[in-house]
Design a protein around this ligand. Structure first.
Ligand code: SF4
Length: 114
């Protein structure tokens, strides 16, 4: 999951963990690391690598904007769609044009920080 520097700083302050310990750069974009064992975000409390396994976000109150808007993601036409990889996508409404604008603004902010 991509995140801004400000979001990473907030997570670092709240968790006491260095930003470098929970992020990496994906083509220059700051991104949350996945746990080597569970292959899920390092902040997801889960013990299984199964995509359908139970899990709970340990930083829910301060999770990045990309987490708040998920499973909405942008397609190649810059339209918000529900992520094909999300096993719960059927429980979410079809994204609106406003959702597309929200994601485009977030993407622009992330790319400005590269
Ligand atoms: S919602 Fe929480 S566990 Fe999920 S990707 Fe975001 S920070 Fe990680």
């Amino acid at each position: 999951m991509p995140l801004t520097k400000a979001e990473a700083s907030l997570l670092s302050r709240r968790t006491g963990i260095d930003v470098d310990s929970f992020t990496w750069k994906n083509n220059g974009v700051l991104t949350l690391l996945n746990d080597e064992t569970t292959r899920a975000c390092v902040f997801l409390l889960t013990s299984s690598a199964d995509v359908n396994a139970e899990g709970m976000c340990s930083v829910y109150e301060v999770r990045p904007r990309g987490c708040r808007t998920y499973p909405n993601v942008l397609n190649d036409q810059d339209e918000a769609i529900l992520d094909e990889g999300c096993p719960h996508r059927s429980q979410f409404p079809t994204p609106s044009e406003e959702d597309s604008i929200t994601l485009l603004n977030l993407e622009e902010q992330l790319l400005r920080e590269v």
